[in-house]
Design a binder for this molecule. Structure first.
Ligand code: GLU
Length: 503
C-alpha cells in the first residue's frame, strides 16, 4: 500500500521590491524562518514585482543582501534557485496567464470595460447612500459578442473575479476564527490584462504552485485573505493555513515610518547595528519565549520558537532596547573582529586612510597608525560603544593633529586658569621624566596619583584638566589610558597646547 508522504511545511515571504527591506518585513521574514526551521520545513523568498512601475531591481538586490546579512537564509529564492521557480513574479507571467484564461473560460472571471470615471461616479453614489464601495457588476453579464465588440473597438478592459456570495471562515493561527461576507467585497479586479496580473491573484497562483503550506504575514493583509480564499476555492486549489502577525508600531502607536527614524535594515546596518542584535530585537517584537533569558542566538530561537507565544497586540518598536542589545553584542565581540568592523567607519569619517599592510595614514597629519594601535583605541571604547557609527566621534581626538575646544572646559569647578596651568605644568614635568617604555597606563596612574598626593594638588583639580588637555572632550576614557595610547611625545604636546590656551 502506498503511504501518504507527509506534506512538507513550506512558508514564504513575498516582499515587493518597491523600497528597501523594512524592519517590519524583516521581522515577518524572521518569524517565517523560525517557524519553518523549528518545524523542519522550508522557507522561500519570492519577489513580488508585478507592479513594474514601482518595482526596481536595485530594491530586489538590496532585499536579498539584507536578508543574507541578517542570516535569515531561505532555502529557495531568486538567487539560490529551487524546484518551484522562477521566484520573481515578473518571470512567472505564463503561469498567471494560464490560470486567468481558465477563470475566464469557466466564467469565474470576466472582462470589465467600465472606465475609471464611471467607476468613480458609482463609488461616490454608494458612499452617499452609506454603502460600501463595491463594483456594481455592470459588466458581469456581457455576452461573448458584446465582449468581442468592445475589444475590437479598442476599449480598455480589466479582468474581474466573479465573487461568489458566500461566507468565508478560516482559522487564523494567531487571531483565531475569522469570518467574512464576500458580498461586502464584490467582484475584485485581478488583472489589468492576461499579461498583467494583480497582487491578490498572483499570490494565490504562486502560493499554490510553490506548494506553500502556511501563509505567515502582517495583519495588514487580513482583508486580502477572504479574496484569496475565494479564488483558491474557485480554482480548486489547496488552502494554506494562515497566521496574521500583529504589526510593528512606533512608540506613538502609529505605523512605523521614516519620521520615527530609520526603517530600512540597510540603514541599521550602515549605522553599525550588528545582525545578532537585530535578530534578537526583532524576535522579541511581538513574541515572547516565556523565560527570563534575554539573549538568544538564532539557533536557540529556532529551537524554542512557537506560534503559540506570539502576542495578539501590536509590537512596539523600542530603539532603546535595540541599542541596549547592540551594546551587549559589541561588548561580547573579540577585539580583532570588532576592530575589523570598525575600520571602515573610521575610513568613511575621513579619520584614517588604509595604505595596506596593516597601516593607515592618519588623515590631515603626517602620521601613521597600525593595527595594534587601532585595537587599543577601540578597546578603550568597547565598553560604552552602542553602535559602530558612534565610534568616529568618540575616538577622533586620538586621530587629530590638534584639538580645538573651549578653554573653560579645562577648568575644574572654581579653579582659575592660572591654577589649572600650574597643575598641568606639574604633571608635564613628571611625565617628561618617565621613559617611553614606562609610559603605560598603570605606571602613569601610579606616578600621577603619587604626585597629586605629595603636592596636595587635588584629584579633580589635576585629572580633569589633564584629561581635557588630552581629549578636548567633556566625557572620555580616563587620562592614563589615553596618554598611553597617545604616547609620550603627543601627550606632552597636548599638555603644552592646553597651557598655551590658558595663558
Ligand atoms: N507583496 C506583499 C507585501 O509585500 C506580500 C503579502 C503576502 O505575504 O501575501 O506585503
Amino acid at each position: 500500500m502506498l503511504k501518504n508522504k507527509k506534506e512538507e511545511l513550506r512558508v514564504r515571504i513575498a516582499p515587493s521590491p518597491t523600497g528597501y527591506l523594512h524592519v517590519g518585513t524583516a521581522r515577518i521574514a524572521l518569524f517565517n524562518y523560525l517557524f519553518a526551521k523549528n518545524q523542519g520545513g522550508k522557507f522561500i523568498l519570492r519577489i513580488e514585482d508585478t507592479d513594474l512601475e514601482r518595482s526596481d531591481e536595485k530594491f530586489t538586490k538590496e532585499i536579498i543582501e539584507s536578508l543574507h546579512w541578517l542570516g535569515i537564509n531561505y532555502d529557495e529564492g531568486p538567487d539560490v534557485g529551487g524546484d518551484f521557480g522562477p521566484y520573481r513574479q515578473s518571470e512567472r507571467l505564463k503561469t498567471y496567464k494560464k490560470y486567468l484564461q481558465q477563470l475566464l473560460d469557466e466564467n469565474k472571471a470576466y472582462y470589465c470595460f467600465c472606465t475609471e470615471e464611471e467607476l468613480e461616479v458609482e463609488r461616490q453614489a454608494q458612499t452617499k447612500r452609506g454603502e460600501p464601495p463595491i463594483y456594481s457588476g455592470r459588466c458581469a453579464n456581457l455576452n461573448a459578442e458584446q465582449i468581442k465588440k468592445s475589444h475590437d473597438e479598442g476599449k480598455k478592459s480589466i479582468i474581474r473575479f466573479r465573487m461568489p456570495n458566500i461566507k468565508i471562515i478560516f482559522e487564523d493561527m494567531i487571531k483565531g476564527v475569522l469570518e467574512f461576507e464576500t458580498r461586502l467585497i464584490g467582484d475584485i479586479t485581478i488583472a489589468k490584462n492576461l499579461e498583467t496580473p494583480l497582487y491578490n491573484f498572483a499570490v494565490v497562483i504562486d502560493d499554490e504552485t510553490m506548494k506553500i503550506s502556511h501563509v505567515i504575514r502582517g495583519e495588514d493583509h487580513i482583508s486580502n485573505t477572504p479574496k484569496q480564499i475565494a479564488m483558491i476555492e474557485a480554482l480548486e486549489f489547496k488552502k494554506p493555513k494562515y497566521a496574521h502577525l500583529p504589526l510593528t508600531l512606533a512608540p506613538d502607536k502609529t505605523k512605523l515610518s521614516k519620521r520615527h527614524g530609520a526603517t530600512a535594515i540597510a540603514d541599521y546596518r550602515a549605522m553599525g547595528y550588528l545582525p545578532e542584535a537585530l535578530i534578537n530585537f526583532m524576535a522579541f517584537m511581538g513574541w515572547n519565549p516565556k523565560t527570563d533569558q534575554e539573549f538568544f542566538t538564532k539557533e536557540e530561537l529556532v529551537k524554542i520558537f512557537s506560534m503559540a507565544n506570539i502576542n495578539k497586540a501590536a509590537a512596539i518598536f523600542n530603539i532603546e532596547k535595540l541599542n541596549w542589545l547592540n551594546g551587549h553584542y559589541i561588548r561580547q565581540m573579540d577585539l580583532s573582529s570588532l576592530t575589523e568592523k570598525c575600520i571602515p567607519y573610521l575610513e568613511n569619517a575621513n579619520l584614517i586612510n588604509g595604505v595596506g599592510a596593516g597601516e593607515w595614514n592618519i588623515m590631515k597629519t603626517d602620521e601613521a597608525i597600525n593595527l595594534d594601535q587601532l585595537k587599543k583605541i577601540i578597546a578603550l571604547e568597547q565598553e560604552r560603544l552602542v553602535k559602530l557609527d558612534d565610534l568616529p566621534e568618540l575616538v577622533s581626538f586620538f586621530l587629530k593633529k590638534e584639538l580645538t575646544f573651549d578653554k573653560d572646559l579645562l577648568l575644574w569647578k572654581k579653579m582659575t586658569a592660572a591654577e589649572t596651568a600650574e597643575h598641568l605644568s606639574e604633571v608635564e614635568k613628571l611625565l617628561a621624566n618617565i621613559d617611553k617604555k614606562n609610559f603605560t597606563k598603570e605606571n602613569l596612574e601610579k606616578e600621577i596619583k603619587k604626585l597629586i598626593e605629595k603636592d596636595k594638588l587635588g584629584v579633580g583639580e589635576t585629572l580633569w584638566p589633564l584629561r581635557v588637555a588630552l581629549t578636548g572632550l567633556k566625557a572620555s576614557p580616563p587620562p592614563f589610558e589615553v596618554a598611553e595610547i597617545l604616547g609620550k611625545e603627543k601627550t606632552l604636546q597636548r599638555i603644552l597646547a592646553a597651557k598655551d590656551l590658558l595663558a
